[in-house]
Design a protein around this ligand. Structure first.
Ligand code: H79
Length: 453
């Protein structure tokens, strides 16, 4: 994402703040990448896929359409339990889930009348996973949003063909889905070209499926578009008009760039610099491992420490954290991810107050993060300390008046003394929490309000 992407102002509407309220308070969500690609787990013909997430395996390993569809026919995740997944998110402190209803392979994880290539009509499983998730989310008060890859469908000529010879190859079902090796130098989005039949794909599959998602599963919290290229202005406008019927739906910024900015920015796999995301809503999406889709040979699981500190850094910069897991072919989230989420949940149960409904503080201390929260009459700073001061003296610069300092975890009051630039807080010499100890500072004043664009 370039700096100019972030420079795009969001549309200024009165109801916008109301619509965004729950999302801004939520701070922490679960991204779920799940589809028939999980059946490969990042391995094809005995070889590990080299580049890209395991959800890209069809493309990366040039799996023929016929072969990929045959594989999808065997998708039978009998151990899937929507409530279990929702409770995994909830117990980790997450407030919303974004689920891949259809990724670039074109497979719908819901019953669709627009394409038989879906979980109900194409597999022995026959259960509508999106429906089960929607019900479980409603039961446990978790918001549910839909990831929908609107411009790609590698199993459909309209959504999948990228080059003239490939387009012609579609007459042959054994043709390779997409060949981007020869275009590798172009990189990224450029490897996909406009296809004459994409409009047809939108008319017959994508737009009908978007309507199904918006109408069949109750309130939709978020539409999370992906790959904002190739879509025409007209088609994007048509989708936006459809969305306007559902005023509560929040959308990300990937429908079409740059003229459909959506409600929030989506830096991917990284935490942007504070100066690049001033006064806008944003959400970092990131993997708990190294792949969006399930990878059987995953070795790079992130630690709970990394996730917790990332969440604090993101909160201190005013963003949301969308943390991804990829369930396996049986329908279960891999154990290392579950273990990590359990630890994150333990931290959140003690310190969640420092994360939810907070704002950017504009203070960047050397020992960790500073997160702001506005109460009715005054404001609070949460100092999230990663590098604990060995001398038991925590220095904090502020021009505001600190009324009280305490350890958030157990309410222990802390003494502090004034310094020219702020205060020095007397803290225990051993870090109470090695990952992140939160010191709560009650201020006398209420800080000036932050106006988001
Ligand atoms: O769903 C996840 C990704 O599969 C999807 N967005 C996130 C949320 C995504 N689609 N496209 N991209 C991300 C960027 C694509 C980058 C590419 Fe490549 C570089 C395509 C080909 C070269 C990365 C490396 C993917 C395959 C190889």
């Amino acid at each position: 994402l370039s700096a100019t992407v972030f420079a795009q102002p969001l549309p200024k509407k009165l109801e916008h703040n109301e619509k965004m309220a729950w999302w801004r308070n939520a701070k922490f969500g679960m991204f779920v990448h799940w589809g028939p690609y999980c059946l490969y787990g990042g391995v094809y013909n005995g070889f590990n896929q080299r580049r890209g997430g395991a959800e890209w395996i069809m493309n990366r390993c040039k799996i023929p359409v016929r072969e990929y569809r045959a594989k999808a026919c065997t998708f039978n995740p009998v151990d899937f339990n929507a409530e279990e997944l929702v409770l995994t998110a909830k117990n980790a402190g997450m407030k919303y889930i974004i689920f891949t209803t259809k990724h670039h392979d074109g497979f719908a994880m819901f019953k669709s009348n627009a394409s038989e290539f879906n979980i109900v009509d194409y597999t022995p499983f026959k259960r509508d996973i999106v429906d089960e998730l929607a019900k479980a989310c409603r039961k446990h008060h978790i918001k549910l949003g839909f990831y929908y890859s609107q411009t790609q469908d590698w199993c459909n000529p309209g959504g999948g063909t990228i080059r003239k010879e490939m387009k012609e190859g579609w007459a042959n079902p054994d043709s390779v889905a997409i060949d981007n090796f020869t275009q590798e130098n172009l990189g990224g989005w450029d490897c996909l070209q406009r296809s004459a039949s994409l409009d047809d794909y939108f008319r017959k599959v994508a737009i009908p499926q978007i309507k199904e998602l918006l109408t069949n599963y109750g309130d939709v919290a978020v539409m999370w578009w992906d790959t904002p290229h190739r879509i025409s202005k007209e088609t994007a406008a048509e989708i936006t008009a459809e969305l306007a019927k559902y005023p509560q739906v929040i959308t990300n910024d990937r429908l079409r760039r740059p003229d459909f900015p959506g409600d929030y920015k989506t830096p991917e796999g990284r935490i942007p610099h504070a100066k690049d995301i001033e006064r806008v809503d944003w959400e970092t999406c990131m993997n708990i491992g190294s792949s969006w889709g399930y990878k059987s040979w995953e070795k790079n699981w992130k630690s709970a420490e990394t996730i917790i500190r990332n969440l604090n850094t993101i909160a201190a910069r005013g963003g949301n954290y969308l943390l991804n897991v990829g369930p396996d072919p049986t329908g279960v989230v891999p154990a290392p991810a579950l273990d990590c989420l359990r630890k994150v949940g333990e931290w959140m149960r003690v310190n969640g107050e420092a994360i939810y409904a907070t704002q950017r503080s504009e203070i960047f201390p050397p020992w960790g993060e500073c997160i702001r929260k506005d109460e009715k009459k005054n404001s609070v700073y949460y100092l999230s300390v990663f590098q604990w001061p060995e001398d038991g003296k925590l220095a904090f610069d502020t021009k505001y008046t600190v009324k009280e300092a305490m350890l958030l975890a157990d309410g222990t009051k802390l003494k502090f003394t004034k310094t020219p630039g702020g205060i020095t807080i007397q803290v225990p010499t051993q870090a109470p929490d090695k990952i992140a100890t939160v010191v709560r500072l009650e201020l006398k004043e209420k800080l000036p309000a932050i106006q988001l664009i």
